[in-house]
Each structure stands twice: as C-alpha cells, then as structure tokens.
Design a protein around this ligand. Structure first.
Ligand SMILES: NC(=O)c1ccc[n+]([C@@H]2O[C@H](COP(=O)([O-])OP(=O)(O)OC[C@H]3O[C@@H](n4cnc5c(N)ncnc54)[C@H](O)[C@@H]3O)[C@@H](O)[C@H]2O)c1
Length: 214
C-alpha cells in the first residue's frame, strides 16, 4: 500500500478529479492519456499534473503519455474506491433535496444512506431512494455513518454538528454560513457558493481570459 502521507494535501485534493476523468477514459477503452489531454479535461496545468503524478510513481513517457490502467489502480487504492463511505444528509430543504436527487455513487465511492429533518411532512418520506428520518432519531439511526452533509438553517448548524460528532461522524461538509466548531480529529469543509461566485467575478475582472479585451 502506498504511503498516503507522502502525497501533499493539494495533490490529494485533485485525486478525485483525476480519478473521475481516467475512469471515463477507461470505460471508453482508452489505454493511455497525455498530460495535455488530462490538463484540458480537468483544468489543471500540465506541469502540476506531471508533478502530482510523479508522487504516484507514474512517469509519463514522451509521445506515449500515461498508462490509464496503472493510474486507476493507484487511485482506487488511495481513494479506497472499494470501500463505500456512508454519508448522512441533515436538512432536506431546497439544497438538501437537490443533493438527494443527485446520484453521488455514479462516479465515486460515497453514498448518502439516510437523511434527517424535523418537518413532519418530510419525515417518513424518501427522495432519490434515500429515507428521511426524524432528527430526534439521529443517534439511534446513525449506523457506520462517517461523513455528513449539513444543509440546515444556520441557527441549527452547531447543535446538529455536536450531535453528529457524538454519533461518530469524522467529516462534515458544511453548506450553512455557520463557522462550526468541532473537536480535534473531525474535519470540516465549508462550501459557500457566494464566495465562489465572488471569486469568479474577481478573476473575470482582473484576469480576463479574452486577450482581445485588454
Ligand atoms: N453554501 C451555499 O452555497 C448555500 C447556498 C444556499 C443555501 N445555503 C445554506 O444551506 C442551508 C439550507 O438552505 P435551504 O435553502 O435548503 O434551506 P431550507 O429552509 O429550504 O431547508 C432547511 C431544512 O432544514 C430543516 N431543518 C430545520 N431545522 C432542523 C433541525 N433542527 N434538524 C433537522 N432539520 C432541520 C427544515 O425543515 C428544512 O427542510 C442554509 O443554512 C442556507 O443558508 C448555502
């Protein structure tokens, strides 16, 4: 097994991107891929790709590129593709409902197994094949769930997070604007579309891609 500690975090973050693209190539029967092709597809410059891949012991050959099968084998092991991570979603509102409809299992190894809400009209229902339980039953229902998606109102975020942590959750994908606090050993990734949009607009203004406009 490869020593994952040797891979820098920035590289590790790109692994799922690479994996998804290579898996599609593999399905199409492609045996090799050039760093240029990869770069165009995943929007990472080819120098970075070459550096990333050198950590995996995959050195591209000039005029040949990278062996798709070898890379996929490596990524599967590193990303533990064989083992599905069980995920719970808390808050089946606008955002939560959209996530439940989205099939996360199509391309990777995560699966939303269950959802929770406090609205009696939603409890007992099902969206995208995922059962919706009463939030009061969180501790009782959570079985081998290691990650959670948080799509509740901001005021509920910390309280729910505390309960998730007590139930053994080790990672939270936080869509609420709340800056939640967790004990050491629990990872929180915060996703804010407003920030992403602002950043896009900033780059559009200050780093325009269309050189004719300059
Ligand atoms: N990160 C982003 O880019 C982004 C974008 C839009 C919304 N949001 C945030 O995502 C969250 C959800 O937004 P939304 O538009 O889906 O809201 P929503 O009001 O449609 O949904 C919230 C859901 O949470 C449920 N809920 C409330 N309290 C609960 C509790 N204690 N336990 C379990 N469920 C509970 C409600 O019944 C409802 O179904 C909000 O915090 C919002 O600010 C984030």
């Amino acid at each position: 097994m490869t020593d994952q500690n040797k891979i820098p975090q920035a590289t590790a973050k790109r692994l799922p991107l690479y994996y998804r693209f290579l898996n599609n190539l593999h399905i199409q029967g492609k045996l090799r891929v050039s760093s240029k092709e990869l770069s165009d597809a995943v929007k990472v410059d080819s120098a970075t790709i070459r550096r990333d891949f050198s950590y995996f012991g995959a050195l591209g050959k000039k005029g040949y590129g990278y062996n798709v099968e070898y890379l996929l084998g490596f990524f599967r092991k590193t990303l533990d593709q064989d083992e599905t991570t069980r995920v719970a979603l808390i808050g089946v509102g606008n955002l939560g409902t959209a996530f439940l409809h989205y099939n996360f299992t199509k391309n990777n190894n995560t699966k939303i197994e269950m959802a929770f809400d406090k609205d009696p009209n939603k409890i007992g229902g099902e969206i995208g094949g995922v059962p919706i339980y009463d939030i009061d039953e969180l501790e009782r229902k959570m079985d081998r769930i290691s990650a959670a998606i948080l799509t509740v109102p901001v005021s509920e975020a910390q309280g729910i997070t505390d309960r998730l942590v007590t139930s053994g959750v080790k990672g939270v994908l936080n869509f609420t604007p709340a800056r939640i606090t967790v004990p050491e050993g629990v990872r929180v990734h915060h996703i804010d579309l407003a920030v992403e949009l602002q950043s896009l607009v900033y780059f559009m203004k200050h780093y325009p891609l269309d050189i004719d406009d300059e």
